[in-house]
Structure formats: C-alpha cells, structure tokens
Design a protein around this ligand. Structure first.
Ligand SMILES: Cc1cc2nc3c(=O)[nH]c(=O)nc-3n(C[C@H](O)[C@H](O)[C@H](O)COP(=O)(O)OP(=O)(O)OC[C@H]3O[C@@H](n4cnc5c(N)ncnc54)[C@H](O)[C@@H]3O)c2cc1C
Ligand code: FES
Length: 531
C-alpha cells in the first residue's frame, strides 16, 4: 500500500473540492514564494479581501508592506463568497439596537455604507474591471417568519439612518412568495476574484510585496517565520479569517458555520441585477437562523448566473439535522426554483465557511493582549464589508489616526448582551468532545471506496482515513491539533472539518483553516494490518 501524499484539493487555489464560479472563471493570482529573510514596517498574513484591503490602505498611507499568503490570492473564503456588498446586516438592526443601543446601531449602518463607498471608489480610482454595480437589495419574509419582523427591522434601519423603503411586492420574485420586503438602495456587487486581481496590481504598483505559497508560522511581536525564513516587522496583521495566533480568546467569541451555494443560468434580461435575502429559518436548530441569499452575475452573451446560497449548519455537524452535505444543494435548488422559476441548468455548486460572532459584529483591531499584532475576524457573513472595514480601521490604528469605528469593532470589547443564546453555543462546542467516546462513521478502511473518507475508531484512537482515486489509503489522527476535538468527514468538499471551532484539513491532513496552525499527524500503517 502506498500512503504517499497526493492532493485531491488544490488548496493553493481553493479550500474545497468544489470550485466557485469566481475561481473557475479567472486565472489563479500567483506571486513568487518567499526565499530569503526580509524586513518591513508591516507584515500582513492572509491574501483574502481583508489582507489585500489592509495592504492597499497602508501603502496609500505611505507604509512599507509585505503580504504573505500560504495558497494563492483568494484561495480562502474570499474565493468562495457570493460577494453581496451590503449594509443589510444579516443579524438585523433591531438586534443591534438591543445589544448595543441606537447610537452604535447607527455606527454599524454608517460604517458598512462607507465600506461600500470605499469599494466603489477603489474600483474607479484603480480602474478595476470587476463588473462592480450599484444594485438594490430586498429583504423579504421567509416562510417561518411574520410580518412584524420586517416592520421592526424597517423601523430600526430608519433610526440607524438608512434610506430604506417598505415595499408590498418583492421585485423579481414569484408573486405568491413575494409579499412585503424592505428595499436597501445603493448596495453593491462585483466579481470578487477580478476585484482581488485589481487590488493586488495596485499593491505591487505602489511598491508592496506579495508572496504566495508562503505560510506564516511562529507569529510574535517581532514578526514571523515563513518558508523557513525570518520576516521582521514593526506591526503584524493576521488576516487569516480565523486567527491562527489564538489559543483561547477569539474562538470562544465566534462560531463556524458551513454555507452552500448553487449558480444557475438565467436568460439575460429576465431578472434585474439585485440582491435578495430572506429573513431566515426560525424553526432551525441553529442559533444563527440560516437564511437564503441570492444575486445575479454576468455570465455570457445569452445568460446571467443566478447565484443562490443558504442551508447552513454548524461546521462538522451537518448530520445533526439528518441532512447530509450533498442533500443541502438539492434543498437549495428546490427553494430557488420555486422563487425564481426562470432559472435553468445549475452550472456551479460550492460551499464555504462563515464565522458568526457572539454579538453580530466583526472583530477588527488589536489582538487582545498585544500592542502590535492585529486581527480581522468574525465576518458574520458580511465579510466583503467587514474585511474592507478591517483594512480601513487597522490602517488608522497603525498610522495613529483616530477612527470613529475603532472602539465599536475592537476585539477586546466586552458586550453584556449577546446574539441568541451564548450558553447554548458554548455548550454545543463542549458537546463536540463527546465524539471521543462515540463510534466512528466507518467501521474499517475496507469500507472506503476511491474518493471516500471517514472517521474510524481504533480502540480509543480516532483516525481520519481517506482513499484516493488511485486506491492509496491516507491515514492521520482525527484529533484536531487546536484543542483536541474529533474531526468530521465532509464528503462534499472532501475535507476533515473540526466541529468545535472550525479548523479544516485536506484529505492528507494539511491544515486549510485555523485556528489550528499545524497539520494532522500522519500515521503510517500497512493496509493489511487492518484498522
Ligand atoms: C459561501 C459564502 C458566501 C458568502 N457570501 C458573502 C456575501 O455575499 N457578502 C459578504 O459580505 N460576505 C460573504 N461571505 C463572507 C466573506 O466571503 C468572507 O467573510 C470573506 O471573504 C473573508 O475574507 P478574509 O480575507 O477575512 O478571509 P480569507 O479569504 O479566508 O483569507 C484568509 C487567507 O489567509 C490565508 N492563510 C491562512 N493561514 C495562513 C498562514 N499561516 N500563512 C499565510 N496565509 C494564511 C488563507 O489561505 C486565506 O487565503 C460569504 C462566505 C461564504 C463562504
Ligand atoms: S478548531 Fe478548536 S478543537 Fe478543532
């Protein structure tokens, strides 16, 4: 038996087996690898929208910047987004008012509108060809919700200073599903990978250095190591979606959710470019009340793509609802067809991970306990705007300018009220450790067909096993190197996912998402010695 590593997921390009429309329709954005010791003012770790925006803003402020990305640019969650650029925050403004009060709900609205404007200005200023459009967004009632929710939200958006309107009919939706919505004017949308390409060009054009296939490790206040070389820096920004330098603080303030997307052809002109969201499934077992999010994107001369997302569950816990990952796409297609019957063939499907913060808002600022290490995390499904705001706020902090949103988004903030039920979410994390004493999902490695993986119990040991298309068995420990929860097999994206705090690993155990920062331990076994 051969247990040599082969990589079914090219994790340099994307973090799952399924490719998004964005990554499939553009060339990978690749720079040279770091091959020497180096010194800079600011080291940025992570080449998604948060890292690139931070690099762009700091360079514009005259700072010397190096950005390192362990895959290629956009290979994390940014390449798997649906790229609604919006101030229609999915946790609702009436919830923000309850948690933070009216004044801070205004800060939330105002900062997100500014983030949309920042993207619009950047596209114009840098001449980025990324299909950016200003579009309206419509928040409509889900089947499990009542009109009072919209009325409450409408009042809260108004008092937060947004120019929303209540409409009796939802533009673009089939009539029977389309009664009442809130219209959010002047939202945005773009092709995210084209936007990242434009930002990367602007960064290098201003003298910034980007290194890809360069993984930062051992982050300290002096800098980091990457590919075996030292990077010395005065400031370090960790824009890795989930902080990789965090053992205790941040992962108890946010929860990872997996969310699904399909993209289907729609004849051009049938629907107007817009964003649509429903108010979420209030019968769901998940505190985040998963909702559907839909938009159009340019495809070819004949068709647009209708991109529809939803059917979320906590990472690594799809089977808790008895709905497997693959069946979630079927549910999504059914939901979308009912509301948008003009949709035709489904051409893409993919899934990704979002982080749901304890009080709805992202964490953008100094890493708790550090002076010169900063984080951007807790996207809350609004990572286009939150990632952009991260870049703006961190630049002000580093350059010594007062930023009006700094305290509101501070990772050290203490919020006395939380969204949903904190104890329930914290308890859900603890319950994941019960998998230590339950059976694996596969009896032994013989059950695995080529392309299949699973968790096997071997005495008290748990093993993450994957049989590749060439019939080679790859075996690692199924114990997450972060804090020891047992991983789950994700059959759709072919990865091992941690149900506790969202770390993910390829079929051969390479880490693709933090907070874990190291790979799974590989186990060498002869296949005839059954496990
Ligand atoms: C399916 C889906 C739909 C979404 N839809 C929307 C939407 O419509 N609107 C919206 O606003 N938001 C949306 N989001 C959320 C949004 O896409 C994300 O929050 C955002 O892209 C995250 O950007 P980021 O830069 O923080 O992280 P990432 O894009 O994940 O970037 C982090 C990068 O860090 C790199 N990295 C990690 N560790 C290291 C290391 N040690 N060294 C070097 N590099 C490292 C990773 O490879 C990765 O590329 C969606 C998310 C998903 C999954
Ligand atoms: S991510 Fe924390 S235990 Fe796995």
């Amino acid at each position: 038996m051969n247990t040599s590593a082969s990589e079914p997921i090219d994790s340099n390009i994307t973090s799952g087996e399924n490719k998004s429309f964005w990554t499939a329709s553009t060339k990978p954005i690749i720079f040279e690898k770091l091959k020497q010791n180096i010194e800079t003012d600011i080291l940025i770790v992570g080449g998604g929208i948060a890292g690139l925006t931070t690099a762009y803003c700091l360079l514009k402020a005259g700072r010397k910047v190096i950005l390192v990305e362990d895959g290629y640019i956009g290979s994390g969650e940014t390449g798997r987004t649906t790229a609604h650029i919006t101030c229609a925050l999915d946790d609702r403004y009436f919830e923000l008012e309850r948690i933070f009060g009216k004044e801070k709900a205004m800060l939330a609205a105002n900062s997100h509108m500014e983030a949309i404007q920042f993207i619009a200005n950047t596209v114009k200023h840098e001449n980025i060809d990324c299909n950016f459009k200003r579009v309206p967004g419509y928040l409509f009632l889900s089947g499990s919700d009542k009109k009072e929710t919209l009325e409450k939200e409408y009042a809260a958006t108004k008092s937060a200073g947004l120019l929303t309107e209540m409409l009796e009919q939802v533009p673009g939706l089939e009539a029977e599903n389309g009664k009442w919505c809130i219209k959010f004017p002047e939202q945005g949308q773009f092709h995210i990978m084209k936007y990242l390409r434009g930002l990367a060009d602007a960064i290098t054009g201003m003298g910034g250095k980007i290194y890809t296939e360069t993984k930062a490790e051992d982050i300290t206040k002096e800098g980091a190591k990457a590919n075996g070389y030292d990077i010395k820096a005065k400031h370090i920004v960790v824009a890795t979606n989930t902080p990789i330098n965090d053992l205790v603080t941040m992962h108890t303030k946010q929860w990872p959710y997996r969310t699904y997307v399909i993209a289907a052809k729609v004849p051009k002109g049938k629907l107007a470019y817009s964003l649509w969201w429903d108010t979420g499934d209030h019968d769901s077992k998940w505190i985040a009340a998963p909702y559907h999010y839909v938009r159009l994107e340019e495809y070819d001369n004949q068709y647009d793509l209708l991109i529809s997302g939803g059917e979320d569950h906590k990472t690594g816990q799809a089977d808790d609802e008895n709905i497997l990952e693959e069946n979630r796409y079927e549910k999504l297609i059914e939901w979308t067809k009912k509301r948008f019957p003009a949709m035709q063939e489904v051409t893409y499907k993919w899934s990704g991970q979002v982080m749901e913060p304890i009080d709805c808002m992202a964490f953008l600022g100094r890493n708790p306990g550090s002076n010169n290490i900063y984080i951007i995390t807790g996207d809350s499904g609004n990572g286009m705007t939150h990632g952009t705001l991260g870049g703006i706020i961190l630049t002000d902090i580093i350059t010594g300018n007062k930023n009006p949103w700094e305290d509101f988004y501070s990772p050290s903030r203490i919020t006395l009220k939380t969204t949903g039920d904190y104890l329930h979410e914290a308890g859900n994390m603890v319950v994941q450790y019960a998998d230590w004493i339950t059976k694996g999902d596969v009896k032994d490695a013989d059950e695995l067909k080529p392309g299949q993986g699973g968790i096997i119990s071997s005495g008290i040991n748990k093993i993450a096993a994957y049989r590749d298309e060439q019939n080679n068995l790859h075996i690692c420990t199924a114990v997450c190197p972060h804090l020891g929860a047992i991983l789950q097999w994700n059959a759709e994206e072919k990865s091992f996912d941690c149900p506790a705090h969202g770390s993910r690993f390829t079929t051969v155990g390479k880490v693709i998402n933090g907070p874990a920062s190291t790979d799974l331990k590989r186990i060498q076994v002869k296949e005839e010695n059954k496990i």
